[in-house]
Design a protein around this ligand. Structure first.
Ligand SMILES: Nc1ncnc2c1ncn2[C@@H]1O[C@H](COP(=O)(O)OP(=O)(O)OP(=O)(O)O)[C@@H](O)[C@H]1O
Length: 719
């Protein structure tokens, strides 16, 4: 058999013999008639069953006895001397005993003093029960029953197998499911009624019986006859169609308590009596404690009797106790003790359950079904019920961090490259300037506000990766000429210095997006963050729309033989051999593409517009130096100072002082003209710029900002 389970009794099981659950032990009292010896002694009967449940002490009690002992005892059922054993069985044990056929454990006890009729009663109850079981089996052909019988006795606190000739004491084992188990206890399957009777005879023959003064065949041991019934449905119908019910009914014939003085025991009988009384005392203690509830320690293990009967006394069993007593006055004290025991037993509650035994095959099937169900639940609930756990969040965060780190690394690399380029350019520029005589300190300082910078920021320079090619038929512009020494050394020169204005005639409606392409753009130092983009967008158009031409009146002596300037259009420079194709100038890192038509349109613009543009440039982007007046503010004095802004053929703004020989540079319109790159035009690193570069911090915010600006500028400039 497989695992033993416990289930609540359902209707089917109840129909078989009774319901389980909490219930009190069924306690009955049986008075036997006075036996021959008692009658011989003229012993009188002081006990009488006045009704079915009450027994009274008829003899008059003294005053002291009345305060100590009650005169009436009430139980579930009392049986007088005239009641038969069948009646006792039928009314005091049958219901409990037959619960075994329903899968409920049950026990029937006989408790009383020696010679009170325990063996006499229990022998009858056992046979009646087995007979009724057989009768039940005969009436329930739909189920297949198996009856197994075992018998043991506890003699002098040793367990012995009554169905075996081996007198070796049996060990008691504790099974977590079945409770106390007697090891190697013989269990015989009852074939039929006769077989059962034979087994009973074997037990009777094996049991320790001795002669005492009170009983010629006194039982000197506690006998436990155990009948186990297993049943299963022949057809797999009903709730327990695939299960087997297994339960046990115990018929317990206890050894009788005795007084050594009364039983005249001595020697072996005295020893037997001591063990009997000790185990009965433990049984009484257990019953008394159980009657007060299950709190505290219950000394089941203090004797083998209570240990074996533990489940029957307070566990998974229905229990009926029949207390036998002699009505003789001579045994009144023993009878009171029996009634006291019965009174306590009446309060004990047991909790019987239907015992379902699952076969190994059925158990495997059940486990397989349960496994399938759990797997299905797991599959169904996983997508819905499992929320993103911490691991998923961490993985996502790690991926984000990794992505950001890559971006930061790229930006850092770009910044390093740009900074290196700037350093190279600055060194080159400084080298050129160091080799150039200080001849431009008289030039008016031209300041163009850096729209990308705040007042306290490092200049935001536009540089070209390659030296700008300025020789597209245009005159070159030497940046060193348009910046005086003081301004170039000024720590406040945090502005964009346009060394060249390759294309001044940019159509007014030409947006940077369609007119400017960048070959390289590197921000050297950025301290503006959030508003940089906005200001860049706002001012970018202004730079290239309004800073179209900065010119002053034409010098008296034209320095360019191949150029002519229009007097009526002072800002105009008409070039006969102006390139017919787009003018491409890599200036400040920006390549400006203006086609010829647009340039012509611009050239044909009315002077008023140009003046307006010039004013706009003046008011917005060209800030006169506080040290020196700007040429357009001192237009009248320009002739005197001989400072001019002239326009090259490529509309390059050119700043000239009054020393044509030293400041006018004639540039031939040929391809061989050495290009004056940014490295030459760059006036030198502003002091502020030099100071602030090292403090650039590539923290995440700056890099993110740089990345953002770069990306937007690229998108705007390249589209
Ligand atoms: N109800 C009864 N009607 C008639 N005779 C009875 C009844 N009960 C017991 N007897 C008789 O009393 C005698 C003793 O009975 P029994 O052996 O059953 O007592 P006991 O309690 O088992 O004693 P012990 O504890 O010593 O074994 C027997 O001869 C038995 O026939």
């Amino acid at each position: 058999m497989g695992e033993i389970g416990v289930a609540d009794a359902d209707g089917q099981v109840q129909g078989l013999g009774g319901a389980g659950g909490d219930e009190k032990i069924l306690v009955s009292v049986r008075l036997r008639p006075l036996n021959e010896k008692e009658s011989t002694r003229n012993d009188v009967s002081d006990w009488e069953c006045i009704n079915d449940d009450t027994v009274i002490y008829r003899n008059s009690l003294s005053v002291s006895e009345r305060s100590m002992y009650p005169t009436a005892y009430k139980f579930d059922r009392v049986f007088g001397p005239g009641c038969s054993t069948r009646q006792v069985y039928g009314e005091g044990a049958k219901e409990v005993a037959l619960s075994v056929v329903s899968g409920i454990n049950s026990s029937v006890f006989a408790y009383g003093q020696t010679s009170s009729g325990k063996t006499y009663t229990m022998s009858g109850i056992t046979e009646y029960t087995v007979a009724d079981i057989y009768d039940y089996v005969e009436k329930h052909k739909e189920r297949e029953f198996t009856l197994k019988f075992s018998a043991m006795e506890i003699y002098n606190e040793s367990v012995r197998d009554l169905l075996s000739t081996d007198t070796t004491p049996l060990r008691l084992l504790d099974d977590p499911e079945r409770g106390t188990v007697v090891e190697r206890l013989t269990e015989e399957t009852i074939r039929d009624w006769n077989h059962f009777k034979e087994l009973l005879s074997v037990c009777e023959a094996q049991r320790q019986i001795g002669e005492t003064s009170l009983n010629e065949a006194s039982s000197r041991s506690h006998q436990i006859l155990r009948l186990t019934i297993e049943s299963s449905a022949r057809e797999l119908l009903g709730h327990y169609k695939s299960s087997t019910l297994a339960s046990t009914v115990n018929f317990v014939d206890l050894a009788g308590s005795e007084r050594a003085s009364q039983s005249l025991s001595a020697g072996m009988r005295l020893k037997e009596g001591c063990h009997i009384n000790r185990s009965l005392l433990t049984l009484g203690t257990v019953i008394r404690k159980l009657s007060k509830g299950r709190n505290g320690h219950i000394p089941f293990r203090d004797s083998k009797l209570t240990r074996i009967l533990q489940s029957s006394l307070g566990g998974n069993a229905r229990t009926a106790i029949i207390c036998t007593m002699s009505p003789a006055r001579s045994h009144v004290e023993q009878s009171r003790n029996t009634l006291l025991f019965a009174s306590c037993a009446k309060e004990v509650t047991t909790n019987a359950q239907v015992n379902v035994v699952v076969s190994d095959k059925t158990l495997v099937k059940q486990l397989q079904r349960e496994l399938t169900r759990l797997e299905s639940e797991l599959k169904n609930t996983r997508p819905d019920s499992v929320a993103p756990d911490s691991m998923a969040v961490l993985i996502e965060k790690d991926l984000q961090i990794e992505k950001l780190m890559k971006e930061v690394a790229e930006l850092t690399q770009q910044l390093d490259l740009a900074q290196s380029q700037v350093e190279n350019l600055l060194q080159s520029s400084e080298g050129d300037r160091a080799s150039t005589p200080d001849q431009d300190h008289h030039y008016p300082k031209l300041r163009v506000r850096d729209s990308f910078r705040s007042d306290n920021s490092v200049s935001y320079s536009l540089i070209s990766e390659d030296p700008p090619s300025l020789d597209l038929g245009a005159r070159s512009f030497d940046a060193s000429q348009c910046s005086d020494e003081r301004s170039s050394r000024s720590s406040e020169a945090t502005f964009i210095q346009f060394p060249e204005f390759e294309e001044s005639f940019i159509p007014e409606n030409l947006s940077p997006e369609d007119s400017i392409k960048t070959s390289n753009f590197v921000g050297n130092g950025i301290h503006e963050k959030k508003d940089a983009k906005e200001r860049a967008n706002q001012n970018f158009d202004g730079h290239w729309k309004e800073v179209q031409c900065v010119e002053v009146e034409e010098p008296t002596t034209k320095p360019y033989s191949n150029s002519k300037m229009s007097e009526s259009r002072p800002c105009r420079f008409e070039e006969s051999n102006r390139p017919s194709l787009d003018i491409k100038t890599d200036t400040l890192g920006l390549t400006m593409i203006v086609n010829e038509e647009r340039a012509d349109q611009e050239l044909k613009s009315p002077p008023l517009k140009e003046q307006k543009e010039l004013n706009g440039l003046h008011s917005t982007f060209i800030i006169p130096s506080p040290e020196k007046p700007s040429p357009w503010l001192l237009k009248e004095s320009l002739s005197e100072s001989r400072r001019f802004f002239i326009r090259s053929r490529s509309c390059r703004a050119r700043l000239m002082n009054n020393s044509p020989n030293s400041h006018f540079e004639k540039v031939e319109d040929n391809e061989s003209t050495p290009s004056i790159g940014f490295e030459k035009d760059f006036p030198g690193r502003p002091e502020g710029f030099q100071k602030k570069l090292p403090v650039l911090k590539y923290d995440l915010d700056v890099k993110e900002f740089i990345k953002k600006c770069l990306r937007e500028f690229y998108e705007q400039l390249c589209c």
